[in-house]
Design a protein around this ligand. Sequence first.
Ligand code: NAP
Length: 255
Amino acid sequence: MDIKGKVALVTGGGSGLGEATARRLAAAGAKVAVVDLSQERADAVANSIGGVGIAADVSNAEQVEAGFVKAAEVLGATPAIVVSCAGIGTASRILPRDGSLTIDSFALALKVNLLGTYTVLNIAAREMAKVDPLDDDGSRGVIINTSSVAFEDGQIGQAAYSASKGGVASMTLPAARELSRFGIRVMAIAPGLFETAMSAGLPDDIRAEICKSIPFPSRMGMPDEYARLVEQIVENSMLNGTVIRLDASARMPAK
Ligand code: NAP
């Protein structure tokens, strides 16, 4: 599907992978709705790319619906490109030293990362299904979700995060199969370690250790490398129903 002239909606667009995606899609000619928890951050990115900033919590269906309405109103069409980057990184052992239960932090990871991604997908699919086909293939849209390499090789402390990202990865094929009759593609990207606010807190020694273990290139990914994959997925209609690891062949060790 061509990007030029399309409306795109990017969640988590005020920071990191989402911000890079919003910028790249805008540079390729899309009109972009930047959705984030913070109106200020969403506006900062949106204003610099001629888009619209929208404050919404992705785990709140009413706020997401309002975001889609605003995006269509301001940008002139239902989003045909929807990229879910909103997410939280959680780290907690199942059995912490203080003996407490960790059910609440598990539920929070699922609420934001899995339910939030599903909420955006559900509303995006419903809105996309109403529009006329946009190209000769009969495409009505493409939805790209963000999983993580932790969906396959989660480390100690990542049971909740891995479960949430595993859900995002696992829904890709059934969603693509179901939505194919509307001409809507569904893909997921599973990034390795990328240079964003989420990874900024890593101590230097751990960062160096992780980079050493990445076969090639032995460094963290840059947000625009994620955004470039989004661009290629949108443009290549044969990409559908699968999860792409973007990880320089890294396999995370147990800890
Ligand atoms: P980031 O820079 O922290 O960006 C994530 C953005 O999502 C932040 O602006 C955050 O706002 C926002 N957000 C959090 N909860 C939200 C909610 N409920 N509703 C709407 N927005 C929300 O992190 P990132 O590295 O770009 O992460 C993007 C995605 O990639 C995440 O799903 C993450 O799990 C995944 N990922 C990242 C890496 C990595 O190494 N960076 C690796 C694998 C997967 P606040 O800052 O206010 O919370």
